[in-house]
Design a protein around this ligand. Structure first.
Ligand code: ITT
Length: 193
């Protein structure tokens, strides 16, 4: 079977790696770099779904191709759902994961209710029609960073049913259970049928 090529409108190389691993060998991701696009794609909507759609349509209209994008929010219940859609820039425009984690830990100091969730929405625009797929993963926030696997908030996030953080859990396990895996598997099913 020929590989199905898919353009993934993201500037985050960690997302590309995870999504390629989840999609498997029958699909080949083409990145924005491969298209010669190095610009920051606008993300100005107030929901994860809105931002995913905005990123996908921006690339569709600019390059006249079909593509998919994803947006991921990180929602901490005791912080009223923060950082939410501002996950990448929680501690500032430089999108620094260490600073973002430090800010969450500071705000969560002494807080007992530590539940949180990741929410990923994939927006696919295929032949000018849009489709969305959502994956949610619940867990808790640790009281300190644990491990160095993954990216973003992974060292702080303990998925429900596990005692270790995504910073400690093997990436193959993350890719089997994550918010992103749940959304990508729906995309895969859609594209395969
Ligand atoms: P694109 O918009 O170019 O896709 P981005 O990094 O700006 O890349 P988002 O706007 O979706 O992506 O920001 C989500 C942020 O949430 C991301 O930068 C990480 O800090 C964090 N994040 C996303 N997925 C994560 C995951 O699986 N584990 C831990 N943190 C994650």
């Amino acid at each position: 079977m020929n590989k199905q090529k898919l353009v993934f409108a993201t500037s985050n190389s960690n997302k590309v790696k995870e999504v390629q691993a989840i999609l498997g060998d029958n699909f080949e991701i083409v990145s924005l770099k491969d298209l010669g696009c190095f610009e920051e794609i606008p993300e100005t909507q107030d929901t994860v779904k809105g931002n995913a759609l905005q990123k996908a349509w921006y690339v569709v209209e600019k390059y006249n191709i079909s593509c998919f994008a994803e947006d991921t929010g990180f929602e901490v219940d005791a912080l009223g759902g923060e950082p939410g859609i501002y996950a990448a820039r929680y501690a500032g425009e430089e999108k620094n994961a260490e600073a973002n984690m430090a800010l969450v830990l500071k705000k969560m100091k002494g807080v007992e209710e530590r539940t949180a969730k990741f929410r990923t929405v994939i927006a696919l625009v295929l032949d000018k029609e849009e489709y969305t797929f959502e994956g949610i993963l619940k867990g808790t926030i640790s009281t300190q960073k644990m491990g160095t696997n993954g990216f973003g908030y992974d060292p702080l996030f303990i998925p429900d049913g596990y005692s270790q953080s995504f910073g400690q859990i093997d990436v193959n396990v993350k890719n089997a259970i994550s918010h992103r895996a749940k959304a990508v598997n729906q995309l895969k099913k859609f594209l395969t049928n």
